[in-house]
Design a binder for this molecule. Structure first.
Ligand SMILES: Cc1ncc(COP(=O)(O)O)c(C=O)c1O
Length: 391
């Protein structure tokens, strides 16, 4: 299949979901159960997920964005407050800060991991800072010990955007096992998917504070109103949101959770093959994984050594696409988006690391469904483009 041009016959999608017959059967069973909104499967998913990551408590919601929003609500963050957010993240991390009327303060990232560093964040803390939102970029955990002590010292909240970090661990402790709030994503491309979905973990009192907010601010959810022997009565205790997960989605999540270890093992195998293909390359830089962490290997973002290539990153992506390899870019730094740039007057010079990385970043396909042949095709196509355009 791999010819001289290294063009695959069919297009290799960047990140299709790994859905098997077990998920289809579990969702079908949920659909036939007569209960298709949040019910017993959602509660079971919360419990099993909390056990799996060692979380003190968990709340299943409709997305990681919803979970992040609720985390800010749990701490009463609002107008006049600042929340520190890395510039190298997806818009959801900062958008939710805007939603509560607070100000996202964008901070540049560390050159090695593209995560926030404790030093950079400590320089950005002001008297208005109420929380630091760290993002475990590509599944590589930030220095959680360092951030916990920094946040304690300044009496600010630590919120983890763990969208990429299902199955990540910091010094042996799974991401999500802390008392602070962590928000996970089960979006279609994530390591564990429910199509759309998310989970918020943290101390039981924080989770219980926001549980009603995830469902209109009602004192009793539908499961506790429509079941035999339950009362129809409810009260609105605050104007909440419609952020609940559904039972069919939770049924899918339970199956995915049971398969997570095997899916992670395949991700690691593929990432190892990529690592050995390019660890000595002078044309491309592989992602760093520090010794003290387990990375969920959600993404495989390489950085091109563009000084030694005759093409730029965009052209590199086009060349891979011509060879039928799907890729993506994680991320367009937030300070470059018109909303954040214009509202806060951010200038690229303030974010030298993210600016430099952005010109070089390409995320290669990394998912459990990749066959040995697919991985060979990716390595072959990347090497072919690198050789062809090396200076
Ligand atoms: C870093 C990060 N945070 C938050 C999100 C939002 O996740 P969701 O789509 O589940 O709301 C994403 C989604 O890709 C993400 O990459």
């Amino acid at each position: 299949m791999v010819e001289k041009t290294c063009r695959r016959e069919d297009f290799l999608a960047f990140s299709p979901p790994a859905i098997g017959e077990e998920e289809v059967a579990a969702v079908t069973e949920a659909l036939r159960s007569g209960w298709i909104t949040a019910g017993p499967r959602v509660r079971e998913f919360e419990q099993v997920f909390a056990e799996r990551v060692g979380a003190p408590a968990a709340l299943a919601v409709s997305s990681c964005t919803a979970a992040l929003h609720l985390a800010l609500c749990a701490h009463g963050i609002g107008p006049g407050d600042e929340v520190i957010v890395p510039t190298m993240t997806f818009a959801a991390s900062a958008n939710v800060v805007e939603h509560v009327g607070a100000r996202p303060v964008l901070v540049d990232v560390d050159a090695d991991t593209l995560n926030l560093s404790v030093e950079a964040v400590s320089r950005a803390i002001t008297t208005h800072t109420r929380a630091v939102m760290v993002v475990h970029y590509a599944g590589h955990p930030v220095d959680l010990d360092g951030f916990r002590s920094l946040c304690n010292q300044h009496r600010v909240e630590l919120i983890e955007d763990a969208a990429h970090a299902v199955a990540s661990a910091w010094k042996g402790k799974p991401v999500g096992s802390g008392e602070n709030m962590a928000a996970f994503s089960f979006y279609a491309t994530k390591n564990l998917t429910t199509g759309e979905g998310g989970m918020l973990t943290g101390a039981p009192e924080l989770i219980e504070r926001v549980r009603p907010l995830a469902l209109h601010g009602m004192s009793r959810d539908a499961w506790r109103r429509y079941n035999k022997g339950e009362s129809w009565f409810y009260e609105i205790v605050e104007p909440g949101y419609k952020y609940n997960l559904t039972d069919p989605a939770a049924a899918m999540g339970l199956v995915q959770l049971a398969k997570l270890e095997a899916m992670q093992a395949r991700r690691e195998e593929v990432a190892d093959i990529y690592d050995s293909a390019w660890s000595g390359s002078g044309l491309v830089r592989i992602p760093v994984v520090r010794k003290e962490v387990v990375s969920a290997r959600h993404l495989y973002p390489v950085r091109l050594v563009i000084e030694r290539l005759s093409i730029n990153r965009n052209r590199f992506i086009e060349e891979l696409s011509r060879r039928n390899i799907g890729t993506s870019v994680h991320f367009i730094p937030l300070h470059r988006h018109p909303y954040y740039r214009d509202r806060y007057g951010y200038r690229p010079q303030a974010f030298p690391v993210a600016e430099d990385a952005y010109r070089r970043l390409v995320s290669l396909p990394l998912h459990p469904g990749l066959s040995a042949g697919d991985v060979e095709d990716v390595v072959g196509a990347v090497n072919n483009v690198l050789e062809r355009f090396a200076l």
